[in-house]
Each structure stands twice: as structure tokens, then as C-alpha cells.
Design a protein around this ligand. Structure first.
Ligand code: AMP
Ligand code: ZN
Length: 437
């Protein structure tokens, strides 16, 4: 196999040169971080008051971790390191409650992000002759614009189709000769089943590749999508706090995701002690972003579990490879690619005076897609002959939830005492999706 590199010097850099670059970038990033109220205090607390207090990459261990809650506490501008007039973009992701986590990018930050995404895309063998359909949510979510800019950087024609609207998606594929798509794995499976339903043969299309990410999936799911659509599927991993897509991606070898260590200093730590683990062991991924000036984030605890490969990749890239994400250390649910914390749902339902004291969150598969149902207990007076107040309340809960979590749940109302009560710690989430990772 001949491998294709977007920037071979950067991708196949010696580990020694990489470390020298990382040190320089880490010092710069710490210097930027010290400009923010949040890190000035946090770093000051451990005696780091200047970039010169970092003398080697291993000094990273002196820096305290940053969590999603820290980002929420700094909302909206506590982690901004640039004057607003240098910022050209913001993105946001859900927080553990209604407050999202926000990142800001300068013009140069956007360009560097696009370059990392281009590196990922080009590394799968795509070229500017490809036609790329971006079947993922645009907007505050980073997957839409992140891939859009990266694909344009490669020079591909981008069809910004966004997510959903399945029938229109394959009409676009047919009309414009789409060769590459980006989507969540569950949406790819959904597209395939719709094609089958409507008698569209995927092999009659020009489709060759898909980038699938934003949610966990197994090797079996990848193979299933590949066999059904007759394409190659590449795993794409990223998170909004680290810009979004472009953090780690599979190369043509399709065996683990190269994490771009010149942009993202990566540690894997024990999920309980938070101490660095020996290479190859599974733990929580911790990132320090080295390629962004407007929002430096140091030692961010992703809550994602993975491990490093210890062998080098056949492609010759020197950036280490991460295994498929095997789970999370918190209770965040990923529903059709959208992050939802049970606490966000609790906050909405418990704030409603009509709601009793028990509720249940049910997540299940509906075909290839995920379905969310929120069951809540309400006072029995509402279950009268006239269904109107009941339906109005249901609709009110559904709308408020949708406004908070951005996905549209089904809402079921139950009489007080009807929902299961667990002994001991309440079990409010019933996730019946197969765990096949
Ligand atoms: P967001 O901040 O909305 O982009 O969500 C990021 C989270 O989505 C990550 O922390 C992971 O939990 C999950 N995620 C993204 N890509 C993948 C992937 N390829 N495999 C498994 N989980 C993923
Ligand atoms: Zn490789």
C-alpha cells in the first residue's frame, strides 16, 4: 500500500524533534493560559507564574487537570486569552447541566484546525478530486464546520448537507457524485437501511469512503457499514474542548487513530489515581491543546477511556495511535452523536411543579438510530377524562427538554408510584443499546 501524507515532515517527524516542538508550544500555551483569569489563579496555586516555569514536556505533570466543570465555571469568558476583536469563531458543547462549555478561535486558530482536519482527510487517500458530503450537524457543534473547513483545505467540493433528511442525502449523493461522506456511525447505518427500503443500490453510487465518529462504535459496526455500502470507513475522534474533529484519525492502515501530538499533547492516566499509565494500558485520555491561542486548555480530562498502541504504524507516521474509545468514566450519554447528561434532564423535569418525585430516562435503539424517552410521574388528578391538560403538560415537558438538550425526546407521563423505585442509589437511566465496543 502506498500511503499519502498531507505534510510528511510533520507527520513522520522524529520523536526527538516532536518533543522539542512540543516543549516550545507548551511554553507558549502556558504563557497564553496565564493571560486568562481562570488559569492565572489555577497555575498560580501551584507556583507557575510564567512560561519559563515549564522546562521540559514532563513538567506537564505539575499542571493541575482541567474538567468540564471548570469550563462551566469559567463561562462565558473566563478562559478567553485573546481580546474579543481577535476572535472570529466560537463553538459550544453541552455541559453537565444547562451551562455549555465554550471555545473561542482566532483566525489563525481556525486555519490551524482546518489544517489538522485536512491532514486527517488526506491521510485516508482523499484528494481534491473528491466530492465530500458532510452529513453531520452544523452550528454550535464542531463536527459540521470543522470538517467543512478541513475538506475545503484539501480542495474537495463540499456539500454542506448537514444531518438528517435521509432521502435527500442520497439524492444529493446521486446528483453530485459524492465520493466521501462524514456522519455518525448510527446515521450511516440508517442511510443504508433507507437505501434498501427505497431500492437504491449503494454500489450504483460513486461513494468510496466514510468518516465516522462523534459517538462510540465497534469494529463489527465498522465492518458492517463497509460491507453493506461497499466503502472504507475511517474512525474519527475529537471533542469540542480540543476544537472538535482533527484530534485523532485513522490512516489508510485503518488500525488505530493517530493522535496529532504536535497539536494535542496526550496523556493516558489511571481513571482513579489520575497518575500516568505505562504505554498500552487503558485509562482516561487527557489532552493539552498546543495549536490554539484564543482558548488554551491544559490537561483536559476527557472522561474517554482508551489506550496507546505500543507498535509503530506501518504508514510511517510517528504520532502515536489510540485504540477505539471503549467507554467513559462519567454518565454522559451520546444519543445520535449528541452529548446528554442525565443531570440536564433532571434539572428540567424537577423544575416543573406538576412533576412528582420520580422519573426515568430510557435510551434504546429504534432501527439504527437512538431513541430517547423520558418517563415522569405526575399527580393523578391530571389523568382525568379530559386528555387536554395531560397532552399540554407532555408537550411543555418535551419542548423544555428539547430546548435544553437539543434533541427531541418522547415524553411519557405516569401516575405517582408507577415507575420502578430502586433500593439504594436511584437508577434513573435505562440504556438498552447493545454495548458491542
Ligand atoms: P463533543 O464535545 O460534542 O464533540 O463530544 C465529544 C465526545 O464524543 C468525546 O469525548 C467522546 O466521548 C465522543 N466521541 C467523539 N468521537 C468518537 C469516536 N470516534 N469514538 C468514540 N467516541 C467518540
Ligand atoms: Zn498509520
Amino acid at each position: 500500500m502506498t500511503f499519502q501524507y498531507w505534510d510528511k515532515n510533520k507527520e513522520c517527524i522524529s520523536r526527538e524533534d516532536l518533543e522539542a516542538q512540543q516543549l516550545k508550544a507548551l511554553k507558549e500555551t502556558v504563557g497564553r493560559a496565564l493571560l486568562t483569569p481562570f488559569y492565572k489563579e489555577r497555575l498560580g496555586g501551584v507556583g507557575i507564574t510564567s512560561a519559563d516555569d515549564i522546562e521540559s514536556v514532563s513538567d506537564i505533570s505539575k499542571i493541575p487537570f482541567t474538567t468540564k466543570d471548570d469550563l462551566r465555571a469559567a463561562f462565558p469568558y473566563g478562559m478567553l486569552a485573546s481580546p474579543l476583536d481577535e476572535v472570529v469563531r466560537m463553538h459550544a458543547s453541552s455541559g453537565t447541566t444547562g451551562i455549555p462549555t465554550v471555545i473561542y478561535l482566532s483566525r489563525q486558530d481556525v486555519a490551524r484546525w482546518a489544517d489538522y482536519v485536512a491532514r486527517c482527510i488526506y491521510g485516508t487517500g482523499c484528494t481534491k478530486s473528491d466530492v465530500f458530503q458532510n452529513m453531520i450537524t452544523y452550528g454550535l457543534f464542531t463536527g459540521g464546520l470543522g470538517f467543512h473547513y478541513g475538506a475545503e483545505e484539501v480542495g474537495m467540493m463540499v456539500i454542506p448537507s448537514g444531518s438528517g433528511n435521509t432521502t435527500k442525502q442520497f439524492k444529493l449523493m446521486k446528483d453530485f457524485g459524492t465520493t466521501v461522506v462524514h456522519a455518525t456511525p448510527s446515521f450511516l447505518l440508517h442511510v443504508q437501511s433507507k437505501m434498501e427500503e427505497e431500492g437504491v443500490d449503494p454500489r450504483s453510487l460513486k461513494l468510496k469512503k466514510a468518516f465516522a465518529g462523534a459517538e462510540p462504535y465497534s469494529e463489527d459496526t465498522r465492518r458492517k457499514i463497509e460491507a453493506m455500502l461497499g466503502i472504507d470507513v475511517y474512525n474519527s475522534y475529537g471533542l469540542s474542548e480540543m476544537n472538535g474533529p482533527g484530534v485523532a484519525f485513522e490512516c489508510q492502515a485503518k488500525d488505530g487513530m493517530h493522535v496529532w501530538e504536535d497539536g494535542y499533547l496526550t496523556e493516558i492516566v489511571d481513571r482513579d489515581t489520575l497518575k500516568p499509565l505505562p504505554a498500552g494500558e487503558t485509562g482516561e485520555i487527557v489532552f493539552t491543546i498546543l495549536c490554539r491561542t484564543a482558548t488554551p486548555i491544559l490537561r483536559y480530562r476527557t472522561r474517554d477511556l482508551s489506550s496507546f498502541y505500543t507498535e509503530p504504524c506501518v504508514c510511517g507516521r510517528t504520532h502515536r495511535r489510540l485504540r477505539r474509545i471503549t467507554g467513559r468514566t462519567d454518565d454522559m450519554l451520546i444519543i445520535n452523536g449528541v452529548n446528554v447528561f442525565p443531570s440536564q434532564i433532571e434539572e428540567v423535569v424537577m423544575a416543573m411543579k406538576e412533576v412528582g418525585n420520580n422519573y426515568l430516562i430510557v435510551v434504546e435503539k429504534d432501527g439504527s438510530l437512538d431513541k430517547l424517552t423520558v418517563k415522569v410521574e405526575v399527580g393523578s388528578s391530571i389523568f382525568a377524562d379530559d386528555a387536554r391538560p395531560l397532552n399540554a403538560l407532555k408537550e411543555k415537558i418535551r419542548k423544555t427538554l428539547q430546548a435544553s438538550i437539543t434533541i427531541n425526546p418522547r415524553v411519557e407521563l405516569h401516575q405517582g408510584g408507577a415507575l420502578p423505585v430502586s433500593e439504594g442509589k436511584a437508577k434513573r437511566v435505562h440504556d438498552t443499546r447493545p454495548k458491542d465496543v
